[in-house]
Design a protein around this ligand. Structure first.
Ligand code: GLU
Ligand code: ZN
Length: 279
């Protein structure tokens, strides 16, 4: 089986050095494995995505010397696939509807008996307020009942191929329950979520190696749970180091100071960018 990896930017801002490193890493892995890098726009959050960022991303990636097969996947066109996956998970009885606002969750976590809230890959771990309430409201968010999900899937692991944590990682059920909890599968505004869309689309695109930053390492166990529940194939993972600014802070979308377009405007070459990210 030949290697298929991907670069999956969200067009919510310009590409910066961190994205360049991610795309160049995915491309290098594809080349060295005799495979291919696919491109996917993670544009489910239509309120935050902008066509001008998408055009700029295409342009920056081509300027870096990268190429990819067409057509490029857009998550904004994949709602039917997410709905089908969600229906399957609902039929398994591993989901529930949640009507909590951010404020409700903050208030529940502030209750004295809760102690200090755990911070998981999606922020504070949901206290489970709606888990047994049996909400039927079709406009509510849908959460994964992590305890029920784990009971169905049994022991899980994933294969990490990145240099920092290479090897087989066992997924601890206790860690998933305590540090991740009942993640949102479908937000009320967009009807899906990062975790659900990524899991469904990596399978739909035949991804055999997921290349992404170490900031998403803790999301991988969630994706493994969803893959098992949905009978999807298991890819390998390559979580790469993060590019930081001079102060050691991780670059974010709003770091326009490190946008590729700014380096380009100042006359940098693709070779300069490779050097800046340590390649
Ligand atoms: N769309 C995510 C981002 O822009 C990447 C998701 C992934 O690689 O799993 O950071
Ligand atoms: Zn709730």
């Amino acid at each position: 089986m030949s290697l298929v990896t991907r670069f999956a930017p969200s067009p919510t801002g310009p590409l910066h050095l961190g994205h360049a490193f991610s795309a160049l890493t995915a491309d290098a892995l594809a080349r060295s494995g005799g495979g291919v890098m696919l491109l996917r726009f993670e544009d489910i959050d239509t309120a935050r995505c902008r066509p001008r960022f998408e055009s700029q991303i295409f342009d920056d990636l081509r300027w870096l010397g990268l190429s990819w097969p067409e057509p490029v996947m857009h998550q904004s066109t994949r709602r039917a696939a997410y709905d089908a996956a969600l229906a399957r998970l609902q039929a398994l009885g591993v989901t529930y509807r949640c009507t909590c606002t951010r404020g409700d969750i903050r208030a529940a976590l502030a209750a004295p008996q809760e102690g200090a809230p755990m911070i998981g890959p999606d922020g504070p771990v949901y206290p489970g307020t709606c888990r047994h309430r049996g909400h039927a409201d079709p406009g509510a968010a849908i959460r994964l009942d992590m305890v029920q999900a784990i009971a169905r899937v049994g022991p899980l692991s994933f294969q990490e191929t990145g240099p920092d944590r290479a090897g087989l990682h066992q997924v601890s059920p206790d860690w998933l329950i305590q540090h991740v909890g009942d993640v949102v599968l479908a937000r009320r505004d967009i009807g899906t979520s990062y975790h659900l869309a990524v899991t469904v689309d990596d399978a739909a695109q035949g991804i055999t190696l997921v290349t992404r930053g170490l900031d998403l390492f803790d999301a991988t166990p969630v994706h493994r749970v969803l893959q098992c529940l949905l009978d999807l194939p298991e890819p390998a993972y390559h979580h790469h180091r993060l590019i930081r600014d001079e102060a050691g802070k991780r670059l974010a979308k709003r770091d326009d100071a490190r946008a590729l377009s700014k380096y380009r405007a100042e006359g940098a070459t693709p070779a300069d960018i490779r050097r800046l990210v340590g390649l």
